[in-house]
Ligand binder design. Structure first.
Ligand SMILES: Cc1cc2nc3c(=O)[nH]c(=O)nc-3n(C[C@H](O)[C@H](O)[C@H](O)COP(=O)(O)OP(=O)(O)OC[C@H]3O[C@@H](n4cnc5c(N)ncnc54)[C@H](O)[C@@H]3O)c2cc1C
Ligand code: FES
Ligand code: FES
Length: 494
């Protein structure tokens, strides 16, 4: 175990211990703002909504080359950047024969008049820089997707989008390419020397295990600890509610949890896979899951947020929950159990037990799930849908992007001779839990899938739910929209 963290900043390995100045739950934003030469990063909202705090993280991928992603630094606890390179707007400056030059993304912002007051500009530049380093084919969609998590209140987005298009149209070698070998060598050095992290200050205990086994052992001993993965939910308890989280188990350093496997019968997603990576897998293969993630938060949020975290929150407005019900997914839970038989012959800890809970039985109450205190979600399994099953996801929210659902629906249907053989109508935001419209489903089974039947089922939806009125909408709107989602589903599947 080690009590310090190491990461690269300004081209050097920085080792950081924790004391009165830096707690393990100090955010990367607050750390950077405490440094004299990294004030470019800004705080706008401290809750992942504005992107003013965007930094870029470079980390080793499976081939030991660098992968660059944009993160909202206001949501990231310092130990989460252990073993990574932290890049801020100050690091973009280039030197040519001793002369300072702007990076191409910065130059394009100047040339396209992409900045006025400048408060959002460092964050916008960093999101553009991340896109530039992705070196993916450029389209209007991926430019907009890269910038969705950045708000600008004065310039207007047209010149900003133009700047991104101009800068990324021709990717040139920059200082990050020239220094890549050196950075990779430093990251490998940190990786080789890294142990699991245990930061124990008098007020907080922060554990960042390297394996699932270790995480389960820790959870067994610390059942009241807060589990985190991407921390996009949990960080708000610190940044907005100023809570002191006394015991934390951070699962973000466990490579096994980020694995994906596909067989002929199912897709198995490690619980620690980022939703951005889940989205890439889902594209083409699981269209309803892809649609869910296409309107989930922003790219910065999806890069941090994990599949296990969304399911783990058990939130009635968690977007993946209804669609996982429609896919008939299973949640894999593991724990240390005194009398468990080995899961497989290679298992080094013989006392780990595993169970799979169908998503439709997983939610028990408001943010209450089947998961026992000792258990950790290790994977989410989606059975390969039958060829003739149709699965869809719908989200109703005030804004298309970067907004939380007012209500949502994950629906699936199997028709035989135009009659309903099986149907799932799972709704988020209509009750204290993600819930199926059981009366409407039962009514529809065996019936002709036509407008008259659907009209009847829509009336039953009103009996299935008694939604609340809140800041996002009134109860009546929710009921009407829920009925209309069924009508939309019918019109798209008839
Ligand atoms: C700006 C913003 C936009 C957002 N937009 C959306 C949106 O569009 N749709 C949506 O559904 N959500 C949204 N969210 C909420 C959040 O991003 C998601 O719930 C996300 O999936 C949480 O994942 P995480 O890894 O960050 O979870 P964390 O914050 O790390 O954890 C969330 C919960 O899950 C538990 N947990 C985490 N991992 C595990 C595990 N392996 N086993 C057991 N329990 C675990 C934690 O203890 C905690 O209770 C948004 C959040 C922000 C800040
Ligand atoms: S400060 Fe607004 S997203 Fe971080
Ligand atoms: S330039 Fe002022 S907020 Fe964007």
């Amino acid at each position: 175990m080690q009590a310090t963290i190491s990461f690269i900043l300004d081209g050097k390995i920085q080792s950081l211990g924790f004391n009165e100045q830096f707690k393990p739950t100090t955010t990367v934003l607050n750390y950077l703002r405490s440094l004299a030469n990294h004030k470019g990063v800004k705080e706008g909202c401290a809750e992942g909504d504005c992107g003013a705090c965007t930094v870029v993280i470079a980390e080793l991928n499976q081939n030991d080359s660098l992968q660059y992603t944009a993160w909202d630094s206001c949501l990231v606890f310092l130990p989460m950047i252990h073993g990574k390179q932290l890049i801020t707007v100050e690091n973009l400056i280039q030197y040519n024969a001793g002369e300072k030059r702007l990076h191409p993304v910065q130059q394009a912002m100047v040339d396209c008049n992409g900045s006025q007051c400048g408060y959002c500009t460092p964050g916008i530049v960093m999101s553009m820089f991340s896109l530039y380093k992705e070196k993916t084919p450029l389209s209007k969609e991926n430019i907009e997707d890269a910038l969705t998590g950045n708000l600008c209140r004065c310039t207007g987005y047209k010149p900003i989008i133009e700047a991104a298009a101009r800068a990324c149209a021709e990717i040139k070698v920059d200082q990050f390419d020239s220094n890549e070998k050196q950075i990779v060598a430093m990251l490998l050095q940190i990786k080789d020397q890294s142990k699991s992290i245990l930061i124990d200050t008098t007020k907080q205990k922060y554990c960042r295990p390297k394996t699932i086994n270790e995480a389960l052992e820790l959870r067994n001993k610390m059942q009241n600890s807060v589990l985190i993965n991407g921390a996009t939910d949990v960080a708000l308890r610190v940044t907005k509610r100023h809570e002191l989280l006394e015991e934390i188990i951070d699962l973000s350093g466990i490579p096994e949890l980020k694995k994906f496997t596909k067989t002929a019968i199912d897709f198995k997603f490690g619980a620690g896979m980022s939703l951005e990576n889940v989205k890439k897998v889902a594209e083409g293969a699981l269209p309803a899951l892809f649609e869910t993630l296409a309107v989930f938060g922003s790219k910065q949020i999806r890069t941090l947020a994990t599949f296990g975290g969304n399911v783990g929150s058990g939130s009635p407005i968690g977007d993946t929950l209804p669609v996982l019900m429609a896919y008939n997914a299973e949640i894999v839970l593991q724990q240390i159990s005194e009398d468990a038989a080995p899961l497989n012959t290679e298992q080094s800890f013989p006392n780990i037990s595993e169970r799979k809970i169908n998503m439709n039985n997983y939610i028990l109450g408001y943010r209450e799930t089947e998961r026992k205190p000792k258990e950790i979600i290790t994977a989410i399994i989606i059975p390969t849908p039958l060829a003739n099953t149709i699965i869809k996801f719908y989200k109703v929210s005030k804004r298309k992007d970067l907004d939380i659902s007012t209500l949502s629906g994950g629906f699936s249907i199997l028709l035989k001779n135009n009659c309903v053989e099986t149907i799932t109508l799972a709704y988020g935001g209509m009750a204290a839990v993600t819930k199926r419209a059981k009366k409407a489903e039962q009514y529809l089974i065996g019936k002709l899938w036509d407008r008259a039947t659907v009209d009847q089922a829509m009336e039953l939806i009103a009996e299935d739910f008694t939604p609340i009125s809140d800041a996002r909408s009134g109860a009546e709107f929710r009921k009407l929209a829920a009925k209309n989602l069924l009508l939309k589903f019918w019109s798209e599947t008839k």
